[in-house]
Structure formats: C-alpha cells, structure tokens
Design a protein around this ligand. Structure first.
Ligand SMILES: Cc1cc2nc3c(=O)[nH]c(=O)nc-3n(C[C@H](O)[C@H](O)[C@H](O)COP(=O)(O)OP(=O)(O)OC[C@H]3O[C@@H](n4cnc5c(N)ncnc54)[C@H](O)[C@@H]3O)c2cc1C
Ligand SMILES: NC(=O)c1ccc[n+]([C@@H]2O[C@H](COP(=O)([O-])OP(=O)(O)OC[C@H]3O[C@@H](n4cnc5c(N)ncnc54)[C@H](O)[C@@H]3O)[C@@H](O)[C@H]2O)c1
Length: 446
C-alpha cells in the first residue's frame, strides 16, 4: 500500500492547482517543497514584479499627460516601494502552507529525489505514492563566462534593498525588458546587452523595434550584437567586456539569458524519466517515460512548445487532477495562450503571426493599425499605440494579434476570448460594450 494516491513535487502555481484539484476528487495527496511555498510566481516572479511595476504605470501615465494638463513630477521611493512589495511577499509562504494544511493536503518540506522502485526521498524520510507529479519549475540561467560569480538574478533584483545607480541586464528577453523598465522608472542608469539584434524573438520585430525606440527615449541603452565574455570586479563596480572592443562599467549585472528546468538533482535516472534541454519529456497526457510519473508547468518540454507561464502551469494542474482521478483520458488541449511583456509601453501577442513564420501568409489578411489617435489613447496622451491583427480569409475570424500600448494587456485578453471562441467579425460587432473603454474599441479592429 502506498502512503498517498499522488505526491506532487514542487508547490508553485502548477503543483498547487493539481493538489487542490486532486483533493476535490477525493484523492489522498501530499505536496513537497524545498524552498518558498507558493513557488516562483508569487514569491520571486509575476506578483512582486507587478507590484514594483505599479509605480512604472503611474509614472508613465503621468509623463504622457505632462503637456496635456498635468504638472509636477512623480518619483519612486525605492525603499518604500520595496516595503510595499515585501508586505505582500512575506505572507505568501506561510499563507500557502497553512491553506494546504487546513485543506488536509500533506505538506512535506525538503528536497525531493527519486530512489529506485518509485520511492521518493524527502529529507531523511522515504515516502511512496501510486502516482507522482513533477512540478519543480525553473531557475535563472547564469551565463557561463569568466566572472560569472558576479552575476545577480531576477530573484535578487526583486528584493534589492537599494537600487544601484547603474544596472545592466545581459540577455534581452521578458525578464530584461520588464526589470529594465522598473529600474529606469526608479532612476537607475540602465543597459541591456544582447548577443544578436533580435530581442523578444516571439514578437513581431516591427513592434519590438518600436518598443525599443520608446525605451531608448526614456534613457535605457541597448547594446545589440555584443557577446559578453567576461566580468571583472573593480572596487565597487564591474567591468563587462566582449572579445572585441566592448567595455561597460556598471554597479550591478544581472543574468537574464533564460531559465533552466529544475531536473538535475532529482534522481530522474533512477526511475527512467527522460529529459530534453527544455525539461522533462512528456507525452500528450503529460506522462513521462515512467507510467506512474507525470510532469507539469515550467519544468516540462511541451510537445507544442506552449509558453512557460503561470496560467499554463495551473491549467495543466487542473488537467492532471482530472486525468489521475480517471474523470477523463483525453489528451491535453490548450487554447491559444496570450503573453504580455510589462515594459513601458506593454507589448502583447496571441495566435497566428505570419511575420514570425507561423502560418502561410496567403491564408491571412494582416491589418496594421495605428491606434495613437483613437479616443482611448488620445485621452491618455500616449505617443505610440499600435496593433497588428491577423484575419483568416476563409472564416472571416481573427486568428492572431500583436499589440503595443499601455493597454496591450487588456486588449489582448479581450482578443483572447474573441479568438478562442472563434467569434466572427459580425458576432463581435453585434455586442454592446460599455463606452468609452478598451472593449468598445474591439469592433473597430477588424
Ligand atoms: C521575474 C519573473 C517574472 C515572471 N512574470 C510572469 C508573469 O507576469 N506572468 C506569467 O504568467 N508568468 C510569469 N513568470 C513565469 C511564472 O513565474 C512561472 O511560469 C510559474 O511560476 C511556473 O509555475 P510552476 O508551478 O511550474 O513552477 P514554480 O512556480 O517555479 O514552482 C516550482 C517549485 O518547485 C520547488 N522545487 C524545485 N525542485 C524541487 C525539489 N527537488 N524538491 C522539492 N521542491 C522543489 C521550487 O522551490 C518551487 O517552489 C515570471 C517568472 C519570473 C522569473
Ligand atoms: N510577463 C511574463 O509573462 C513573463 C515575465 C518574465 C518571465 N517570464 C517567463 O520566464 C521565461 C524566462 O524569461 P527570460 O527573460 O529569462 O528568458 P527569455 O528566453 O525570454 O529571454 C532570454 C534572452 O536571452 C538571450 N540570450 C541567450 N544567451 C545569451 C547570451 N549569451 N548573451 C546575451 N543574450 C543571450 C536569448 O536570445 C533571449 O532573447 C520567459 O520565457 C517566460 O516564460 C514571463
């Protein structure tokens, strides 16, 4: 007899969604965590970032209205802002664990590692289950260059007591764009170094270049086509170099060149679970090579390459809860998934984008819209607001969109519903939305 029906390894958004889902179906569940209960998103990811970003939004909106009836300068007080963030994050681990304990989900603290015969070692105890779910997430990748010990990570940035006078991010992806935007709004001198000239590679480059221009106008410096090779410490500063002529002095340097799955010290080889560079190898039912071990969230190499995001991990948690309680044996089917980069302005995307190689251009009509003079953006004094929508010629439905504006997150969510519900242009135009809002702009996008 196993100790539990299911043991989940990792108490992030994915593992927790699976735990509560399984509990609701009557399963006996345990969840293991070696670090902060709640995982990356609420402790060192999405939520703390978005708390710091609240000030960016206020400053951005204030700056846009400077010549349109608003006076006075808003400034960030970093230590008060950090206090506000800590008021939120400090309660997450205990609150999450208490919630699980009260629900009667067994909570085991420690590093989990598989032994042979499907047993799991957690600290100095060995536990067993009929099925296991690996939900161990990812950690920041540290670029393997000379002086790599001087790199800090996004986790460090989101908990800085003081903001350095100058900061540099190496690798121009989601994390760099977002943290650079926060540091810049808070008054730091910000550099982003990237090894090619194609940042945020999943997004339409015409909109990305517009975003880069907006960030440059705010004082953020981009160093493209620089392959950093060394970091040297010089008093309280760091000197960054490539093997050509690039040299930059900075107060703090952050490795933002991607994240790596937490798979290396889990004894996966003992239980025959295969891995790829992007994570644990799973099939269309999120099952690994071992019939009793499943995996979800950031730690997996997804068959369809869906993005590694919080709502995707929770979706998979709910899916596995149903699958493991035999309610459904269907393979997982993802809806189209939106993603947003919280820069200033925001950039967002969903679905088909012929310009980044997805879909045959002949099947679609691509509409580029300049929204700057639309009432929503005129009212806010935004200098740039743009959208690119992709329509399927045959069905007259919208199948993809990319948006750049301070309202890109709201607009992409409305478009997510329109796209996933396969609404036609006529159906969208038949709705009555509250006016004037981002939603009431929808019918004019087609
Ligand atoms: C700076 C930053 C900003 C982000 N912003 C957003 C955003 O705005 N929107 C969004 O959707 N996503 C965002 N993300 C991504 C999001 O945080 C992840 O997609 C999400 O947390 C994945 O959930 P998960 O449950 O798969 O893994 P995680 O949340 O990483 O949880 C995994 C847990 O497993 C634990 N663990 C690992 N190994 C073991 C082991 N051997 N034994 C026991 N426990 C173990 C870890 O300690 C961790 O708590 C952001 C990420 C970062 C870093
Ligand atoms: N708003 C959000 O939803 C959000 C925010 C932050 C993070 N995330 C999640 O976390 C993941 C990781 O974010 P990230 O920004 O760390 O990774 P990323 O994959 O988005 O970007 C990393 C970038 O670093 C570049 N790079 C790689 N090697 C390099 C080198 N040697 N020198 C310079 N640049 C190099 C890559 O080309 C890439 O553009 C995201 O893909 C996403 O899944 C999401």
């Amino acid at each position: 007899m196993a100790d539990y029906d299911v043991i989940i390894i990792g108490a992030g958004p994915g593992g927790i969604a699976a735990a509560y889902g399984l509990l609701a179906k009557g399963a006996k569940v345990a969840i293991v965590e070696e670090n902060l209960w709640g995982g990356t998103c609420p402790n060192r990811g999405c939520d703390p970032k978005k708390i710091l970003y609240a000030s960016v939004e206020a400053i951005e909106n204030g700056q846009y209205l400077q010549h349109h009836g608003l006076t006075g300068e808003l400034k960030v007080d970093w230590s008060a802002l950090m206090d506000n963030k800590r008021q939120y994050t400090s309660k997450i681990p205990t609150g999450t664990k208490q919630g699980l304990d009260h629900a009667n989900i067994a909570t085991l603290s420690g590093h989990a590692q598989f032994l042979t015969d499907n047993q799991l070692q957690v600290g100095d105890q060995v536990v067993t289950a009929t099925d296991y779910i690996i939900a161990t997430g990812q950690r920041p990748a540290i670029l393997p260059i000379e002086g790599k010990e001087y790199f800090q990570t996004s986790t460090d940035f989101l908990d800085l007591d003081e903001l350095p006078k100058s900061v540099t991010f190496v690798g121009a992806g989601y994390v760099a764009f977002e943290l650079a935007t926060i540091a810049n709004a808070a008054g730091s001198d910000v550099h982003i170094i990237h090894h090619n000239d194609w940042p945020l590679k999943e997004f339409d480059q015409s909109l990305v270049q517009e975003l880069v221009a907006q960030m440059k106008a705010r004082g953020i410096k981009f160093d493209f086509n620089v392959d950093l090779t060394s970091i040297q410490k010089d008093d309280d500063q760091y000197v960054l170099k490539d093997d050509q002529h690039f040299s930059l002095r900075t107060d703090a340097v952050f490795s933002t060149a991607g994240r790596i799955p937490n798979i290396d010290t889990m004894g996966l080889e003992n239980v025959g679970v295969g891995t790829l560079k992007k994570g644990v190898q799973v099939n269309h039912r999120l099952r690994t090579d071992n019939a009793h071990i499943y995996a979800l969230g950031d730690v997996i190499a997804r068959v369809g390459n869906e993005p590694k995001l919080t709502p995707v991990a929770s979706f998979e948690g709910r899916y596995l809860a149903n699958l493991l309680t035999s309610e459904s044996n269907r393979p997982i089917e993802y809806p189209l998934i939106p993603s947003v980069v919280y820069a200033a302005p925001k950039i967002a995307r969903i679905g088909v984008s012929p310009t980044v190689g997805k879909g045959d251009p002949d099947d679609y009509v691509v509409k580029d819209l300049d929204l700057t003079n639309w009432f929503t953006y005129f009212r806010l004094g935004e200098p740039v607001a743009k959208a690119r929508v992709v329509l399927d010629k045959q069905t007259n439905t919208i199948v993809g969109a990319q948006v750049l504006s301070s309202k890109a997150d709201e607009l992409i969510n409305y478009l997510t519903t329109v796209i996933n519900e396969h609404q036609t242009v006529d159906e969208v135009q038949a709705e009555i939305f509250a006016y004037p809002t981002v939603a009431s702009d929808l019918p004019y996008l087609f």
